[in-house]
Design a protein around this ligand. Structure first.
Ligand SMILES: *[C@@H]1O[C@H](CO)[C@@H](O)[C@H](O)[C@H]1NC(C)=O
Ligand SMILES: *[C@@H]1O[C@H](CO)[C@@H](O)[C@H](O)[C@H]1NC(C)=O
Ligand SMILES: *[C@@H]1O[C@H](CO)[C@@H](O)[C@H](O)[C@H]1NC(C)=O
Ligand SMILES: *[C@@H]1O[C@H](CO)[C@@H](O)[C@H](O)[C@H]1NC(C)=O
Ligand SMILES: *[C@@H]1O[C@H](CO)[C@@H](O)[C@H](O)[C@H]1NC(C)=O
Ligand SMILES: *[C@@H]1O[C@H](CO)[C@@H](O)[C@H](O)[C@H]1NC(C)=O
Ligand SMILES: *[C@@H]1O[C@H](CO)[C@@H](O)[C@H](O)[C@H]1NC(C)=O
Ligand SMILES: *[C@@H]1O[C@H](CO)[C@@H](O)[C@H](O)[C@H]1NC(C)=O
Length: 506
């Protein structure tokens, strides 16, 4: 029934691409090698995944956000949007405007509701997919947190429409996904996302599944689950109360806890750090003599997940650092709302994450394991989860893929505009570059080699213009040649065929 509805909605497009075999896609993500200072808010630390929009496809690097559900691409002509890629609606033959403002628009971050073809790797396709086309991005907080576009990777169970309209649900309902599951590696070693299956080669140890609780509206984040607590250097829980809740946040570069003061109150928690400091609310450790180790683990369902110090919790020493100190990505939770702990990028870069999104009868679950290749001991990897979720048998049994589908090499709309040959750049000794639109100038032979140009008759005077009877391809006027003396005036080939461009008339 569902499948029938989807095909009706998307009409011929769906039928023609109804190679809708059950599949999955593994796509590389881009993440920074180091997380930088928590207070340098204008630096983008986030993960992005390359996605295709439109016909022919345009490549847009969407910022992956685990906590919300909206899909957006930044418009090519967006004012003050950040990031290196965008979507140009004018280049897409399947683009449709829905003539309404994006529902979540705020001043400084707004757009319109639109529809177009959206694809992951050319393997998983959502034709006629609704998304927000952001055309104004002046909000500095969002500029720093979200670049090029947004893949909200949370299927919101408390929103009546989100569970069925989310792009993950849509791909699953149309029969394209092997399983209703997504895998993430946010670590710099092998950052990737798998949609439709979990790749056993991506993780070590048991998947430790926890149910995502549907919390009340008083929570400031919806992708919340229970954790046992946070452990410090000596392996004891830091006293933040019982029955802690936590969320995952891929847009923030720190771990937010109820009280940094409690953590640094004892070497038992923070470790043997001498002369730590709090400078404008940011914790920092001396790092110009030795490299300190930031000790923090999150314990989930009985399993300890060590959070990486190098390149994640401990920030590099830079010119903006407090003299001799490196800042540490552990901050106070900014409000007293639940969840009490927010596990940001330092945690996400330390684990393998699986997301079983909600479908009929099955709530959402997160599963945690250890990323393969990470520096973990066998006793860490062999930890056993304390309990199994109640709906495990019904909701957490997945088909393991037998092979990895290769992403199609799509020729993107941007690539189609590029020239087939490279052109040297004046004053540059590097290899030439591809140019936009140059192949469309194929009629104009003005840069033809000198031998191809008709030889001008010798002349006693170079001041009379025109000097020659114009031949079909020879210019009637004379043109100065860059970097030659006055007498270097020449006629050019084909220039008269360019009547609109009066770029160097003499
Ligand atoms: C920028 O966006 C954030 C997040 O939506 C919001 O909290 C903040 O108020 C906005 N800032 C301005 C100046 O509008
Ligand atoms: C529910 O989700 C839909 C689709 O993502 C979105 O358009 C709508 O604004 C959401 N509603 C609320 C109340 O969040
Ligand atoms: C914590 O949760 C357990 C089990 O859910 C419950 O028995 C206990 O009373 C809770 N403790 C507190 C302090 O809320
Ligand atoms: C770890 O340090 C804390 C704070 O000093 C202390 O309360 C706790 O007993 C210590 N745990 C162990 C195992 O030493
Ligand atoms: C800590 O501060 C004291 C006094 O300012 C100083 O003598 C000592 O060298 C410092 N230690 C480190 C590790 O920076
Ligand atoms: C962090 O929170 C604790 C507990 O509420 C408070 O004592 C401390 O002053 C806060 N620190 C900062 C830097 O805001
Ligand atoms: C390290 O930084 C501290 C604090 O700013 C400073 O006193 C000390 O001289 C520095 N040491 C070296 C070796 O640079
Ligand atoms: C691996 O982790 C151990 C501590 O758990 C540390 O001593 C060692 O230096 C780490 N090795 C690498 C290559 O990071």
């Amino acid at each position: 029934m569902r499948r029938f509805r989807v095909i009706c909605l998307f009409g011929l497009t769906a039928l023609s691409s109804s190679a809708y075999a059950t599949s999955w896609a593994a796509l590389p993500m881009k993440v920074p090698r180091f997380l930088v200072d928590a207070f340098a808010v204008t630096i983008f630390n986030g993960p992005t995944v390359s996605t295709y929009f439109g016909t022919p496809p345009q490549e847009v690097d969407l910022t992956v956000d685990l906590a919300t559900d909206w899909l957006a691409a930044y418009a090519y002509d967006c004012v003050l949007c950040s990031g290196g890629t965008s979507f140009n609606a004018l280049l897409s033959s399947s683009f449709q405007s829905l003539n309404s403002a994006w529902a979540n628009s705020i001043p400084g971050f707004s757009g319109t509701e639109v529809m177009d073809w959206v694809s992951f790797g050319g393997i998983l396709n959502a034709p006629g997919r609704q998304f927000a086309l952001i055309d104004s991005g002046a909000n500095q907080t969002l500029q720093a947190a979200i670049q090029s576009g947004h893949l909200g990777a949370f299927v919101n169970p408390s929103n009546d429409t989100s569970p069925s309209t989310h792009i993950f649900s849509q791909l699953y309902q149309s029969g394209q996904l092997l399983n209703p599951v997504v895998g993430f590696r946010f670590d710099p070693l092998n950052p990737k996302i798998t949609i439709g299956a979990l790749d056993p080669a991506d993780y070590d140890g048991n998947l430790n599944w926890v149910e995502i609780n549907a919390p009340s509206a008083s929570f400031d984040s919806l992708n919340t689950f229970s954790i046992d607590g946070l452990k410090g250097y000596n392996g004891s829980f830091i006293p933040f109360g019982n029955n802690l809740t936590a969320n995952l946040d891929s847009l923030v570069s720190a771990i937010a806890i109820p009280s940094v003061s409690t953590y640094i109150s004892s070497p038992g928690f923070m470790g043997p750090i001498v002369n730590s400091t709090m400078s404008s609310g940011v914790l920092a450790y001396p790092c110009n003599v030795t490299t300190p180790y930031v000790a923090l683990s999150a314990t989930i369902n009985g399993v300890d997940y060590q959070i990486e110090s190098t390149s994640s919790l401990l920030r590099p020493y830079t010119t903006t650092s407090f003299d001799g100190y490196c800042s540490v990505g552990i901050v106070n939770k900014s409000d007293t709302l639940l969840p009490s702990v927010s596990l940001g990028l330092p945690f996400l870069r330390s684990v393998y994450l699986a997301y079983r999104f909600p479908t009929d009868g099955c709530p959402g679950h997160y599963g945690f394991a250890f990323p393969t290749g990470a520096n973990r001991t066998s006793s860490q990897i062999s930890q056993i989860p304390a309990s199994t979720p109640t709906k495990s048998a019904q909701c957490l049994q997945f088909t393991t893929p037998t092979s990895t589908p290769s992403p199609y090499i799509e020729v993107t709309a941007q690539q189609k505009l590029l020239s087939s040959d490279k052109y040297d750049v004046y004053g540059e000794t590097n290899e030439g570059v591809y140019l936009v639109g140059v192949d469309d100038l194929s009629q104009m032979d003005f840069l033809a080699p000198a031998s191809a140009a008709p030889a001008p008759a010798p002349s006693s005077s170079s001041t009379e213009v025109p000097m020659f009877v114009p031949k079909p391809t020879q210019s009637s006027g004379m043109y100065g040649v860059f970097n030659t003396p006055q007498h270097g005036l020449v006629t050019l080939v084909g220039v008269d065929d360019l009547p609109q461009m009066v770029w160097y008339a003499t």
